[in-house]
Design a binder for this molecule. Structure first.
Ligand code: ADP
Length: 591
């Protein structure tokens, strides 16, 4: 029994001598035990304790109403009674049943013993009025003192246990909701992992398609020297892209595991910035964009910084600027301010590009966030660059902020807290990272059958094929497959264009025999295009091409209205076999 237990008892009876009896029952019980305890204490030489006997706190009322008021006050003051003994008859006021009904209104937890004489209510009548409640016991007069004390003991104990159970249940509920939140967090993490895998699967399959396909084209042996050169370039740039993806993934996993360390050494931010401009300048020139850098004269010449990581951030921001800009260009501005003994370096990268939609701005630094899908897809990337850059600036005591106006360009500002450095003893070149040496990898063994040129050559496609595909590399590859097999190929660079070309051809009675529809395209994607075509009554054959090869993707394509489905990287033999089967079935139907 705890010291906090509630032993408060309310006794309501119109007969004062009964009050006296109760006082004696409880007091004599306690004092008898105390005497025994005292004897034992004297015998054992210990201090007397009377903890084994509960000490009751008794209150008395002569009338039901009076008792009810006491119960109300007790609840209000936060010290409710654990139980009440209520006389069955108390003229002229409320009788026992009415009193108990009021008591329970005031305090639903109150345990009650109704004390009745034979002439009072029958058991059935009591139950009829008060319900079959476990809060109620019936005690017949005349009382047996032991019975009264046992009732008090059991019912106050019951009240206390009930309160404890309730508190524990509340606790459990709280714990449950903590667990539920933890579960939600875990589920969100698992969803993020699935999204990651789906994303990576897509990002890796796209350059893979180009590599495997162009190797097959070279192996055919009938490419001209010029074509072969072009195929080699494609294979190389796709391989490089795969490497970038792998490096990004490694970076993210290292950052998440807290294994990235900042290694600062004296470096010149001017030389670092100009190396970035040299590297990206070629790309900028190719696409007709300007790229300039302005370093404020007050920026100290030598700073203690991790040149490799600062450069990585700068390359990401400026590279993004170029990726997402069609006209104008990218400007890099570098300033500094003193921050105590140190220097706060501020690198601002402004572009005149497409900007970032307002609803996407809060998520732009989250891993695998690729903003607006269509423009990103056109530009390529892993959706990891900004996450990595933000982590790196954080590790260097700074941060990245972004301001962007959709349609008008973006400004990314990265800050780094660095220390002033004295020039290195011999002025060596600033630390520019060399590409990491990579362990040679075991050649992968292909388990699917290699393309057999004889079989591939034996497949002839007679008919007009529309290839809807936005990536130039894949346009070149797939159309080369198709043309070599004898098909006449037209190309649409997005879903909208595909619809126009299909409907235009139908009107001229030169409908396509087969449509190959890439599902991820800018302007209107493959799903949208196929749905529109089907809803307008187009019945021609459509095969979906997708770099997504996750569970459920096939169903998604078929649901949109495609007849069949091929995943990238394409297996040339299987792909051409599928195309021929589709064209043949169209001919059989119409013939
Ligand atoms: P990615 O490899 O896809 O470029 P990032 O993490 O670097 O990954 O960028 C995430 C997304 O943020 C991009 O896909 C793009 O949608 C958006 N974004 C980043 N920089 C810019 C920019 N300068 N202009 C417009 N959008 C941008």
């Amino acid at each position: 029994m705890s010291a906090m237990d509630n032993r408060r008892i309310l006794m309501i009876d119109d007969n004062e001598s009964i009050h006296e009896d109760f006082r004696k029952i409880f007091l004599s019980g306690a004092s008898a035990d105390e005497e025994l305890e005292d004897l034992r204490g004297a015998f054992l030489g210990a201090e007397s304790t009377s903890e084994t006997t509960p000490t009751y706190d008794l209150e008395f009322a002569l009338q039901g109403q009076d008792g009810w008021q006491k119960a109300c006050q007790a609840v209000e003051s936060g010290c409710p009674f654990a139980m009440a003994f209520v006389d069955g008859r108390m003229p002229p006021g409320w009788d026992g049943i009415k009193t108990i009904q009021h008591l329970w209104d005031a305090d639903p937890d109150l345990q009650v013993v109704i004390c009745t004489a034979y002439s009072d209510y029958s058991l059935e009548e009591i139950i009829e009025h008060l319900g079959n409640s476990d809060r109620l016991l019936i005690l017949k007069k005349p009382f047996d003192p032991v019975e009264v004390r046992q009732l008090a003991n059991a019912l106050t104990e019951k009240w206390n246990l009930m309160r404890k159970t309730r508190a524990q249940l509340d606790n459990l509920e709280k714990n449950n909701s903590v667990l539920l939140k933890a579960q939600q967090v875990a589920e969100a993490a698992s969803q993020a992992k699935s999204d990651f895998l789906a994303n990576m699967s897509h990002e890796i399959r796209t350059p893979m398609t180009a590599i495997l396909g162009h190797v097959d084209l070279i192996r055919d042996g009938d490419a001209t020297e010029g074509e072969r050169e072009a195929y080699y370039d494609i294979i190389r740039s796709s391989g490089q892209h795969l490497l970038d993806i792998i490096n990004d993934i490694l970076d993210v996993s290292k950052i998440e595991a807290g294994r990235v360390q900042i290694n600062a050494s004296p470096a010149s931010i001017r030389e670092l910035a100009s190396s970035v401009v040299t590297l990206l300048g070629v790309r900028a020139q190719e696409v007709g964009l300007s790229l300039d850098v302005d370093v404020d004269p007050s920026v100290p010449e030598w700073l203690e910084l991790d040149a490799m990581r600062v450069r990585q951030v700068l390359l990401n921001l400026a590279g993004n600027g170029l990726k997402f800009t069609d006209q104008g260009g990218v400007s890099i501005r570098i300033r500094s301010a003193s921050k105590g003994q140190d220097v706060r370096l501020e690198v601002e990268v402004e572009d005149t590009g497409i900007g970032i939609p307002v609803d996407q701005q809060p998520h732009i630094f989250e891993a695998f966030n690729q903003g607006d899908n269509s423009s990103t897809r056109k530009a390529g990337g892993t959706g990891l660059g900004l996450t990595i850059s933000k982590h790196l600036t954080n590790l260097m005591g700074g941060d990245i902020r972004m301001r962007s106006t959709p349609g008008n360009g973006s400004i990314f500002t990265a800050t780094f807290d660095v220390a002033l450095a004295s020039p290195p003893a011999a002025e060596v070149e600033p630390e520019v990272p060399a590409p990491l040496p990579r362990a040679p990898r075991e050649p992968e063994v292909r388990t699917d059958s290699p393309v057999n040129p004889v079989d591939v050559d034996s497949i002839r496609l007679h008919g007009r094929v529309l290839l809807a595909e936005d990536t130039p590399l894949n346009q070149a590859l797939v159309s080369a497959y198709l043309r070599k097999a004898g098909a006449e190929v037209s190309i649409a660079e997005n879903g909208q264009r595909a619809i126009e070309m299909i409907e235009g051809a139908e009107q001229q009675d030169r409908g396509f025999d087969l449509v190959l529809m890439d599902m991820q395209m800018p302007v209107l994607d493959g799903y949208g295009a196929v749905r529109q075509l089907r809803s307008r009554g187009y019945t021609g054959k459509i095969i979906a091409l997708t770099a997504h090869a996750m569970e459920g993707d096939r169903e998604k394509c078929i649901d949109a209205g495609c007849d069949d489905y091929a995943t990238k990287p394409l297996n040339r033999l299987e792909f051409l076999t599928l195309c021929r089967a589709s064209i043949d079935s169209t001919e059989t139907l119409s013939g």
